[in-house]
Write a protein that binds this ligand. Structure first.
Ligand code: NAP
Length: 292
């Protein structure tokens, strides 16, 4: 059976390992990234490169977009050199970027107007699960499109949840990232509090991670905290964007305003390009002394 031809847009921290998994699985993958330099690694693995988004939309069966934010997605799909300029018949486009619920619904409508099938497939999990093909995937759209995408999605992640119409997966993604932000802020504050009480950080992280408060994220972030190494797996600017998107959807619980302010302030004071866990350095430098 002929392999599904994949067009891949967006080779950032997540896009590179995800596209690599598809290549390794034997899918023919054609990549397009704004910064061409980042295409090299995948070209060396056997991918081809498209000169333009239009070209990509004419040679692919399925296009996956994995880019920064709503503005990037808007440009890639809707600009006059974008994916929807002159797409081939029956093509399926899947957006895996974290964007707002309304943006996903608008994309679905724009695709629909061009007779393009559209699926949202949002991911939870960072670079390591992406490398291992173990991202948690939340999908929304027509069930037939979901079924067509399954062999591709199964290469990128597990488990996969089909949540219903377009918009549902984007909404669920904003919910889980609210929980993620609460957890990161909580972990950072707890470790800093423990330091103030003169508890060895390594010991405290062991206590946390052997306790009922442990989670995948508290375990993954223990080493970066100990090494003070916040090279971006998930850039802090992106979770700040996700909190703003959640705010747009009406999130207003008591912890939300200070949580948003914390990540927003960190983003604006030089932590945006660092990993989300660098919130601990921001709090350490700017807040903790004032609160004890
Ligand atoms: P990233 O490393 O910042 O990469 C962003 C990608 O988007 C790059 O390829 C960038 O191109 C491209 N891009 C940005 N603006 C563009 C534009 N206007 N036109 C064309 N391309 C544009 O981001 P990431 O960490 O891979 O995350 C990608 C998405 O997944 C985000 O929505 C993020 O919130 C979400 N997400 C991330 C994680 C994670 O742990 N990292 C986990 C779950 C979900 P250039 O290379 O040219 O800059």
């Amino acid at each position: 059976m002929e392999k599904i031809k994949i067009g891949w847009v967006g080779l950032g921290n997540m896009g590179i390992p995800m596209a690599r998994n598809l290549i390794n699985k034997g899918f023919p993958v054609c990549v397009y990234n704004r910064t061409k330099e980042k295409e090299k690694e995948l070209l060396n693995l056997g991918a081809s490169a498209a000169d333009s988004l239009q070209q990509l939309s004419q040679i692919s069966d399925i296009i996956i977009t994995m880019v920064s934010d709503d503005a990037a997605v808007e440009e890639i799909y809707n600009s006059n050199t974008g994916l929807l300029t002159d797409p081939s018949a029956n093509i399926l486009m899947i957006d895996m970027s974290t964007v707002g619920v309304q943006t996903s619904k608008k994309l679905a409508m724009n695709c629909n107007n061009k007779s393009v099938h559209f699926l949202e497939a949002k991911v939870s999990g960072s670079v390591k699960p992406a490398e291992e093909g173990k991202l948690l995937i939340m999908a929304g759209g027509e069930i037939a499109d979901y079924q067509k995408a399954q062999p591709v999605l199964e290469t990128l992640g597990n488990p996969i949840f089909y949540l219903g119409d377009v918009g549902k997966a984007s909404a669920a993604k904003l919910c889980i990232n609210y929980f993620l932000a609460l957890t990161l802020e909580g972990l950072a504050e707890t470790v800093l509090f423990a330091q103030k009480l003169d508890i060895n950080t390594k010991d405290m992280l062991k206590v946390i991670n052997e306790s009922g408060c442990a989670s995948g994220i508290t375990k993954i972030k223990a080493e970066p905290i100990l090494k003070n190494d916040f090279a971006p797996a998930f850039a802090l600017k992106h979770i700040t964007k996700d909190l703003r998107l959640a705010q747009k959807e009406g999130l207003a619980f008591p912890l939300f305003p200070p949580l948003l302010a914390s990540f927003q302030d960190a983003s604006q004071t030089g932590y945006g390009e660092k990993d989300v866990m660098s919130i601990i350095s921001f709090l350490d430098e700017t807040v903790s002394d004032k609160r004890f």
